[in-house]
Design a protein around this ligand. Structure first.
Ligand code: ZN
Length: 242
């Protein structure tokens, strides 16, 4: 079986479509949350995901867009984009987001948006944060999103220190050898200085999780955002992968 691992689509339809085209045929998509927020096409992205056999967990932007999370902790542009998103969501999209679980298990992975310890909010940005989370899930591996930066944290054996790195496109890891936490990077708003959409593929035949990048027409998304009056900073950052 072949699984597409995607996170932080953030209503960027052009990026999502490019990832799906690059993925080719998959048995299912595993989506790590933040389907909406920031970008111009929330309903379209939800509808497109729903056409696939998929699993999806809830992200902080998904939760905020349905009014279940206060945007006081969001930066001003993110909060503005959330209130715009809320006004745009169809009833069907709203119900879909409201039903998303915070945590799922798809062996050999646990799926969460932020971290297994705090699925909605915690950012796993370094080895220390990762280490604190290894005891918070029981599967061999855990998939997270939220930072919009590809990452791999491995604990060679229980009690040993955690080693982290930023996987480059084409890098891979064999799942099941050592416990690990992996982040595919962000589809719709990458933040590692590479504006290309990020994702990963998990192949059950080889047991390999592999990181990928693909270009998408950034200008199409930016123009849509300009037409809709979304914040300028959110439009500009897409070109820089920041
Ligand atoms: Zn996000």
């Amino acid at each position: 079986m072949r699984y597409g691992v995607i996170a932080d689509i953030h209503a960027n339809l052009a990026a999502f479509e490019a990832v799906l085209a690059d993925l080719g045929e998959v048995d299912a998509l595993w989506c790590l949350g933040d389907l909406v927020g920031y970008g111009p096409d929330p309903n379209e992205c939800i509808e497109l995901l729903r056409r696939y056999n998929h699993l999806c967990v809830m992200g902080n932007h998904d939760m905020a867009a349905i009014g279940r999370l206060d945007t006081a902790d969001f930066n001003p542009e993110a909060a503005q984009a959330i209130s715009w998103t809320t006004s745009q969501l169809t009833e069907s999209s709203r119900l879909y987001l409201a039903a998303l679980p915070e945590r799922l298990v798809a062996e050999p992975f646990t799926l969460v948006h932020g971290s297994p310890r705090s699925p909605i909010w915690e950012y796993i940005t370094n080895e220390m944060r990762a280490a604190a989370n290894f005891g918070q899930y029981s599967t061999p591996a855990c998939l997270v999103g939220h930072t919009h930066v590809p990452a791999l944290y491995v604990q060679p054996s229980p009690g040993e220190s955690v080693l982290g790195r930023v996987p480059a496109p084409g890098d891979s890891v064999e799942v099941g050898r050592a416990r690990l936490i992996a982040n595919p990077g962000g589809v719709g708003q990458p933040r590692d200085g590479d504006p290309r959409a990020a994702y990963a593929i998990y192949d059950t035949d080889s047991g390999i999780l592999e990181w990928h990048r693909v270009e998408y027409p950034i200008r199409v998304t930016q123009q849509r955002m300009r037409d809709l009056g979304l914040p300028r900073r959110l439009i500009e950052r897409l070109a820089f992968g920041w």
